[in-house]
Write a protein that binds this ligand. Structure first.
Ligand SMILES: Cc1cc2nc3c(=O)[nH]c(=O)nc-3n(C[C@H](O)[C@H](O)[C@H](O)COP(=O)(O)OP(=O)(O)OC[C@H]3O[C@@H](n4cnc5c(N)ncnc54)[C@H](O)[C@@H]3O)c2cc1C
Length: 483
């Protein structure tokens, strides 16, 4: 495996001049007076508890449908049977929609356990399942309403008669739009912001669906337990969204931090520091990321996630930002003093997730180095051989962002940094993350836990190599790409 500690080769694979000596502990080290910020205090719920909560909700939904004769109607003739199918598919679609919204409410207790990336993946599964059920619900409704007429006539009749049904039809179309624009190949052709704002129309879709459920749903007419259950479920989800999603966003805008420095660290990459009174409201740990929203013209309406690249302290927060598009470039060019709303931090990959009894290997690429560097700061010092090994993949030495800091931090903890530099085609081995390559670079890799952070392809390659090299699945920590 092409792993060297120093000097790393340049982009052509030739060794470069030796790197300058390791600097004294990180140039970004906080001033002596700086104290670590309080760690996130919200207790983490277990994944099993979240699943039990969701299943209990679905059981009540189905139970209420059964209690109102849902199963009996299935064998009571054509119209009652299709009406019943329409009801249960509609109810389950709404239940999945509500569960999906609870997830994107970003409740700390769930997010701290699972990480926003996993929460979004679950949200996506729920959203896709909901879209299928909405399709079945619309189909079943048209069948029972058709009564000898064509499905198209039935649709016109059904939606034309009742304003709530017209609203529900618009809601179903919005759900379809959100689902289609979330298909990976279509989503990739949209900008993040276009996809995001289209996605927000799902809220309107669910609100329109709610109105037709509680006013027209045979299940709910006349009030009763089902009506109350459904209304309270919707109210609870709205409160969760207002509190967790929109409340937190507004709070971050109300008490922004200020940009105190911008330092180039590599071509197209800068480290930025934020400080200010708003820090006293922030609980954060190394390994986390925050959604940054510069309160400047043309930027205030979009937030972008960036990982902390240093342990968060009372002196401020540090991020490493690579110019990848309009917003990240604009952040690298902001004037000092710009107010920046910091939402979060989020992320479950904090030091408390690491097993204190296992040695650590970090596989990082590109600006994935940011959370790795922050995590290293929080690791205890160990004897030589027991320390963390960092495998740093980059296409050129210029992309070895924070290399000196990383090396100083790793060495101070009895560890080391191995670099793997060069375009893929010039690497000495075909697959630098194959089990053999990993074992030859790190003989005890199977006994280690792994932290992987970088582009999607690096994460996929490193995960499969680490698994093949014998690292248990539960010992490989990584953050998925979001969308
Ligand atoms: C959890 C996480 C941590 C990150 N940490 C860092 C970091 O420490 N340093 C760093 O330089 N970059 C980091 N990124 C990537 C950074 O968020 C994107 O580079 C930035 O949002 C690009 O926005 P843009 O408008 O400049 O570029 P665009 O051209 O709009 O987008 C470039 C790519 O960035 C992604 N992207 C854009 N907007 C968002 C968004 N709001 N949320 C998620 N992905 C988006 C898309 O995949 C897109 O393909 C992180 C991303 C995530 C999800």
């Amino acid at each position: 495996m092409t792993t060297l500690e120093t000097p790393p080769p340049d982009a052509s694979g030739r060794p470069t001049a030796p790197l300058p000596p390791v600097p004294p502990p990180s140039p970004s080290a906080p001033s002596p007076a700086a104290q670590p910020l309080p760690l996130p205090r919200t207790p983490k719920v277990r994944t099993a508890e979240v699943l039990v909560g969701f299943w209990a909700f679905f059981v009540v939904v189905v139970g209420l449908w059964i209690g109102q004769g849902g199963v009996r109607d299935l064998s009571a003739g054509w119209t009652p049977a299709w009406t019943s199918i329409s009801q249960i598919t509609g109810l389950l679609a709404s239940a999945l929609g509500l569960a999906g919204l609870v997830l994107v409410a970003r409740l700390r207790c769930i997010e701290r356990r699972a990480g926003l990336d996993h929460v979004f993946v679950w949200h996506k599964w729920l959203g896709s399942s909901m879209a299928i059920l909405v399709g079945l619900h619309v189909g079943a409704s048209l069948v029972y309403w058709s009564d000898g007429q064509s499905l198209w006539q039935s649709l016109v009749d059904l939606t034309g008669r009742e304003p709530y049904m017209a609203g529900a039809t618009v809601g179903a179309l919005l759900v379809a739009l959100v689902t289609i624009t979330s298909i990976r190949s279509i989503r990739r052709s949209l900008s993040y912001e276009t996809w995001y704002f289209v996605h927000l129309t799902a809220y309107v879709g669910l609100a329109l669906a709610f109105a037709h459920e509680v006013v027209l749903g045979g299940h709910f007419t006349g009030g009763g337990a089902a009506w109350w259950f459904w209304v309270l479920a919707h109210v609870a989800v709205v409160v969760a969204l207002l509190w967790g999603r929109w409340g937190r966003l507004l709070a971050s805008m109300a008490r922004p931090l200020r940009l105190t420095s911008v330092q180039p660290v590599a071509p197209g990459t800068v480290e930025i520091r934020l400080a200010g009174k708003g820090l006293r409201h922030i609980e954060a740990d190394a390994g986390q990321f925050a959604i940054l929203r510069p309160l400047a013209a043309r930027l205030w309406w979009q937030g972008h996630p960036f990982s902390l690249s240093a342990e968060p302290t009372t002196a401020g927060l540090r991020f490493t930002v690579k110019d990848r598009g309009d917003a990240s470039r604009a952040i690298t060019e902001l004037p000092i003093g710009t107010r920046i709303a910091v939402e979060g931090p989020y992320g479950a990959l904090t030091p408390d997730e690491l097993d204190p009894h296992r040695r650590l290997v970090m596989v990082v690429g590109g600006v994935g180095v940011a959370p790795a560097r922050a995590l290293l700061q929080r690791l205890p010092r160990t004897g030589p051989g027991d320390g963390p090994i960092v495998l740093f993949r980059a296409r050129s030495t210029a992309e070895l962002v924070h290399f000196d800091e990383l090396r100083a931090l790793a060495q101070a903890r009895g560890g080391t940094v191995l670099t793997l530099v060069g375009p893929s085609a010039t690497l000495a081995v075909g697959d630098p993350f194959s089990a053999d390559s990993l074992r030859s670079a790190i003989p005890d890799v199977a006994e280690r836990q792994a932290f992987v952070c970088g582009p999607e392809r690096l994460i996929a390659a490193a995960r499969s190599g680490l698994r093949a090299a014998g690292v248990p699945h539960s010992c490989i920590h990584f953050e998925r790409s979001w969308w």
